[in-house]
Design a binder for this molecule. Structure first.
Ligand code: ATP
Ligand code: MG
Length: 731
């Protein structure tokens, strides 16, 4: 028997070696689902399946990367390289690019991340004179997203009186028109948002049978991890692709479905047997990740959910310590406990900082922990929220690059047309936009023909010169792109656009860190190019680089560099990961379960699944904590312990301190205030003595290759913590 099969238990072995036909693995946390998927791919290749014919869909890019690395160990690098493995979005973006002409899109279409899409929505609202207070842009975005993920196109929307009525009842009767304008705008800009990547793939596969046939034939074996969190659009894509060979393997856990707010449909996994009556179903019962205590406590909590497949999950690991609970006075007190505890355990039990994770329900809880960790000089890394690629200075440079690739991208164009300032003021910009809209052409087309349009535009000569100088510069960059690497073009852009000089003029720590961020972007680009050059069908081009960062922006996660740091992240982001010691914090009613989610049983059950996910991340030790008062929404509020605590059998728990009887609010200790919260980006804190910004460092030529890193692991170190000026603040 091959070595890699030896470590599997009987059920895992069955799942790994049943290669043909539909297969579902429905099993609890930590039971080896992801491991099975990985080994199954290795086994397929060992048994002669060309990796070219295998498609594996994961929930994060990081998961894909890790799986590939593991597979490479069994079947060799070159085999692993030709696998198609990645998130739905990244895989289908790639397919859309090569088939874009079918849909009337340019193959260099821009991918809008959530923030870009939101900007377009704001513009649409403004154009339509719709009050953004009544139609909150984020709410509009969520609604449009929901339609797209259910394949309700604009046309389908207007053909469905029920939908229109529902929106009217919700006081959003203009949604249809906003949706329409938004779609038109994106099309005109040659761009797709994240949901489009799935929607358009569906369109491609349904409208063009020859395209469907091509990819059915290519992807003869399809594997999907975290299947419980696929949405309808994703479900249909997989179903269409798999319908010829039906070699489809899905793994998931209904108890870990936590993305219904983004349209994930738990019934996809529950209905698998209906779609494929022949399907082999395997259940895995043994949890290899956690101690018995943790597994048993998690089982007790999840058993309170009515809507679930009953599963038997057990652990044969050591019984382990009880789950420890700390009751604190305030959020600051809680954070101090967690930081102190990490410090102590590390010293007493020789743990690494990277053994620890702090998991919370919402991003806004991060700040107190960052403060406490910094005070103790404990290195940490925050995942999620705004990513590195969404920092203003980084996005500005990316704006230039996007424009070079797709000059119809008016979003990018307007971002940089006067950045750094070159005398093209707001009035001029508005005139350009209004005129382009009136002619129904992109702004780039106006700039291409300034001479022809100038009588109508009525710009004075000074403005005309500035505009044509700007446009000539962009055109020159585009020419450069034909012969030079993406990296050297970006370098030219950074210098010749005046961006670097502008940033370097600001010698404050924030200014210096902005220059460093631009350097880091260049580094990640260089890393990306080198990585792509090593891959057989790699693509080191600028469009591919941009696509990669657009898609990684929203799913920033624990990267796999060697740094010894504590991980801070929301529970949603922690899915699939594992840590020796987990601190699950903020266990209070209205925070977890969230105040928005305790109204209906369905919502509450999703919160409980979230709790189950959090607890089952822990391998050896779990700590729970809650505060009896917390600074929230700008004021101190009383808090009650979360109901989830009382749902756990007392035998698995141990209280670290007596119940706090007397309410006592320590004002001076309160450091977290929702109103001074900065949006979190990927940021980290290294021990202070390790890194300080020196003048000489800043004087280095830009982007002198440091340690080169691939895009997915690009990281910034900002010892002073992020300042809100660094970041573009969304609403
Ligand atoms: P989740 O539901 O959280 O995604 P999972 O079911 O995907 O979990 P894995 O991450 O694949 O579980 O496995 C959990 C841990 O158990 C991993 O560290 C894995 O290496 C280990 N593991 C899985 N199967 C075995 C086995 N047969 N022997 C030893 N260790 C195993
Ligand atoms: Mg997994």
């Amino acid at each position: 028997m091959e070595d890699y099969l030896k470590g599997l238990n009987e059920s895992q072995f069955e799942a790994v070696t049943t290669l043909d036909g539909p297969l579902m693995v429905l099993a609890g946390a930590g039971s080896g689902k992801t491991r099975v998927l990985t080994m199954r791919i290795a086994h397929l290749i060992t048994n002669g399946v060309d990796p070219f014919h295998i498609l594996s869909l994961t929930f994060t890019n990081k998961a894909a990367k890790e799986m590939k690395e593991r597979i490479a160990k069994v079947v060799g690098q070159s085999n692993a390289r030709s696998l198609w493995m990645g998130t739905f979005h990244s895989v289908f973006a790639r397919i859309l690019r090569s088939e874009a002409h079918y849909l009337g899109y340019p193959s260099n279409f821009t991918i809008y991340d959530q923030q870009d899409a939101l900007n377009v929505i704001r513009k649409v609202l403004k154009d339509m004179n719709i009050d953004a207070d009544l139609y909150k842009p984020k709410k509009v975005q969520a609604r449009i997203s929901n339609y797209k993920n259910n394949l309700i196109t604009v046309k389908a929307y207007f053909n469905n009186p029920e939908l229109m009525e529902a929106d009217e009842k919700a006081n959003m009767k203009h949604i249809g028109q906003i949706y329409q304008r938004y779609v038109e705008q994106c099309y005109k800009n040659g761009s797709m948002d994240f949901d489009d990547l799935l929607l358009k793939t569906n369109e491609l596969l349904t409208r063009f049978p020859e395209v469907l046939a091509k990819y059915q034939d290519r992807f003869r074996y399809i594997l999907v991890d975290e299947y419980q969190d696929t949405n309808h659009s994703q479900y249909l894509i997989v179903k269409a692709l798999a319908s010829k060979f039906e070699n489809i393997c899905v793994v998931g856990d209904d108890a870990q479905s936590i993305y219904s707010f983004r349209g994930a449909n738990i019934y996809n996994i529950l209905n698998f047997k209906k779609d494929y009556p022949e399907a082999v179903t395997v259940s895995l019962e043994q949890n290899y990740r956690s101690t018995q205590n943790i597994v048993n406590a998690a089982n007790v909590v999840i058993s309170k959910n009515l809507q679930q497949f009953k599963k038997n999950v057990f652990s044969e690991n050591e019984e382990g310590e009880k789950i420890k609970i700390y009751r604190s006075l305030s959020d600051a007190d809680e954070a101090n406990f967690v930081a102190g505890n990490i410090w102590e355990l590390r010293n007493r039990e020789q743990k690494m900082f990277s053994d620890f994770a702090i998991l919370y329900r919402t991003n806004s809880q991060t700040r107190a922990f960052e403060d406490a960790l910094r005070r103790k000089n404990i290195p940490y890394k925050v995942y999620g929220g705004l990513s590195f690629y969404q920092r203003k200075e980084v996005k500005d440079l990316i704006g230039y690059l996007r424009l070079l690739v797709n000059e119809n991208d008016s979003e990018a164009l307007m971002r940089i047309i006067n950045y750094p300032a070159r005398g093209i003021g707001e009035t001029t910009q508005n005139k350009l936009i209004v005129f382009a809209d009136s002619q129904n052409i992109p702004v780039s087309a106006v700039l291409d023909n300034l001479g022809m349009y100038s009588p109508q535009l009525k710009f004075n000569n000074g403005v005309l010169t500035k505009l044509s100088d700007f446009w000539a510069m962009i055109k020159a960059f585009q020419v450069l792109l034909k012969t030079e690497t993406a990296y050297s073009v970006a370098m030219e852009v950074a210098k010749r656009s005046g961006l670097i000089k502008f940033l370097k003029d600001d010698q404050t720590p924030e200014g210096i860190s902005r220059v460093e961020n631009v350097q880091e972007l260049m580094n990640s680009m260089q890393g990306f190019i080198e990585e792509q050059q090593q891959i057989e069908d790699g693509d080191p081009s600028l469009p591919n680089f941009l696509e990669n960062i657009a898609l990684s922006a929203d799913t920033q996660k624990k990267d796999n560099d060697e740094d010894d740091m504590v991980s801070l992240m929301t529970i949603h982001l922690s899915k699939g990961l594992e840590f020796p010691v987990v601190h699950l914090v903020g266990l209070e009613e209205n925070l977890f379960p969230s105040f928005m989610s305790s109204a209906t049983r369905e919502d509450l059950e999703e919160e409980r699944r979230l709790f189950y996910v959090a607890l089952t991340r822990a391998e050896k030790q779990a700590f729970f904590s809650y505060a009896i008062s917390r600074f929230q929404w700008g004021k101190i509020t009383d808090a009650e312990p979360s109901r989830f605590l009382s749902e756990i059998d007392g035998t698995y728990l141990e209280y670290l301190n007596p119940a706090i009887e007397k309410r006592f609010i320590n004002n001076s200790g309160v450091t977290s205030n929702i109103f001074d919260e900065h949006p979190s980006e990927i940021r980290s804190f290294k021990k202070i003595e390790k890194k300080s910004i020196s003048k000489s460092e800043n004087d280095k030529p830009i982007a002198e290759p440091k340690k080169l890193k691939p895009v997915a692991t690009a990281k910034i170190i900002n010892p002073s913590g992020a300042s809100s000026q660094d970041i573009e603040v969304g609403d």
